[in-house]
Design a protein around this ligand. Structure first.
Ligand code: IMP
Ligand code: MG
Length: 179
């Protein structure tokens, strides 16, 4: 089936917003070092752009979880595919995500990271779909609140494609050829 991507947030809109969040984070973490924890793979594009705009000292780590496996959607079970390389004890941790949807992934992740004794733990997400929330999650920094549509670009994928788009778009399917 043919598909195309409709632009929801342009490259400039996204970049401007990331700059504003970077400025805010630099102010909020003044005098500290912020330890960014990127949730792979989707959060990677956002984290790199954000990190470049933060002016306080930054360190980085990555983790990978799977939440949207075949049966996990309803069960809320989140599997750690790759854990952090370093301890987060006593660090000012800022988790960087691409999108908060049901909130299941982040709620699990934040609880788990909180148990490891960070000095502080906050969440920054590029996108938020509040209408879809099933589990309550406190988001400290949000790029954009968006409607309940499936989006791609800036790290977000549809079947592993479109992560490289420099903007956020909605995949639309053209007239079905058969059915
Ligand atoms: P949650 O646990 O339901 O909040 O799911 C979060 C994860 O689902 C995100 O990190 C994405 O990987 C994926 N996801 C949710 N909504 C979208 C979307 O619109 N486009 C692409 N991936 C999405
Ligand atoms: Mg993600």
């Amino acid at each position: 089936m043919a598909e195309h991507v409709r632009v929801l947030l342009s490259e400039k809109e996204v970049d401007d917003r990331i700059q504003a969040i970077g400025d805010q984070i630099s102010r909020d973490y003044a005098g500290k070092q912020v330890h960014l924890v990127c949730v792979l793979k989707g959060g990677s594009f956002f984290m790199c752009e954000l990190a470049k705009r933060i002016t306080v000292p930054v360190s980085l780590d990555f983790m990978s979880v799977s939440s949207y496996g075949k049966d996990t959607k309803s069960s809320g079970v989140v599997k750690i595919v790759k854990d952090l390389d370093e301890s987060i004890k006593d660090k000012d941790v800022l988790v960087v995500e691409d999108i908060v949807d049901s909130g299941r992934t982040l709620s699990y992740l934040l609880e788990m990271l909180g148990d490891r004794g960070p000095a502080s733990l906050r969440l920054c997400t590029l996108l938020d779909k509040p209408e879809r929330r099933v589990v309550n999650v406190k988001v400290d920094y949000t790029g954009f609140e968006i409607p309940d549509e499936f989006v791609v670009g800036y790290g977000l994928d549809y079947d592993q494609r479109y992560r490289n788009l420099p903007y956020i778009g909605v995949v639309e399917f053209d007239q079905k050829e058969q059915e």
